[in-house]
Design a protein around this ligand. Sequence first.
Ligand SMILES: C[S@@+](CC[C@H](N)C(=O)[O-])C[C@H]1O[C@@H](n2cnc3c(N)ncnc32)[C@H](O)[C@@H]1O
Length: 215
Amino acid sequence: MTETDEAALARKADHDDYGIAYIKTFPDDLSKFKGLLDDFLRLVPAKSRILDIGCGNGSYVSYMLKQGHDAIGIDISLTMLEEAKKVVPEERLFLMDMHAMEKLGEGTFDCVLSITSMLYANKEYLPRVLKQVYRLLKPGGKFLLMMLEGEGDGLIKHSFGGSEVVTYTTYYQVNELKERVESGGFAIEQERLTNLVVSSHQEISLFCAKNPENA
Ligand SMILES: C[S@@+](CC[C@H](N)C(=O)[O-])C[C@H]1O[C@@H](n2cnc3c(N)ncnc32)[C@H](O)[C@@H]1O
């Protein structure tokens, strides 16, 4: 087994535990970020092809399908995907690591969402993950990225649903994150700093567009 395979399996195991705890804590995932998602969806064409990275319990994919969008979700956690299957047709859900999205076709999405999922991407690899998002989007396509404000990365203890789960987590300063995203070829059209989930970290949301000049 290569080092990469081992790292991927470790991430998957972490996220299955994390998934169980997360579902218990946030059974209605959509409500906390619905306003923000609605603001983003107002900017995208009708019937958009949308990829939700780290789709969790599928609530955003389900919501976007009801709005007439052609949405699919990927997640590294089988537990999360099992939960998602309750509200999203199975053929729209894929077990996939965001560090390995090469199988998805180039320029096939109008929009990509990553709401508090890329904060689990390795800091060193974030530029590669962003490069994949850039590749997947059509020219001018939109990307909503939500991360947590703070410093550094490491194994962080999260308390969810009465359990404690330790998982690798990253935090970014606003300018640090913007710099990463712009270096990936995106134009940032809006930025927001919110505290929608009670936590010691604020959420940074960047509404981005694939800059066709960098295509
Ligand atoms: C905090 S939850 C957020 C779920 C949903 N996006 C939301 O906003 O409620 C993070 C999600 O990202 C998924 N995830 C973490 N690392 C991942 C990876 N490397 N590839 C794909 N999904 C990942 C987790 O399994 C989990 O479902």
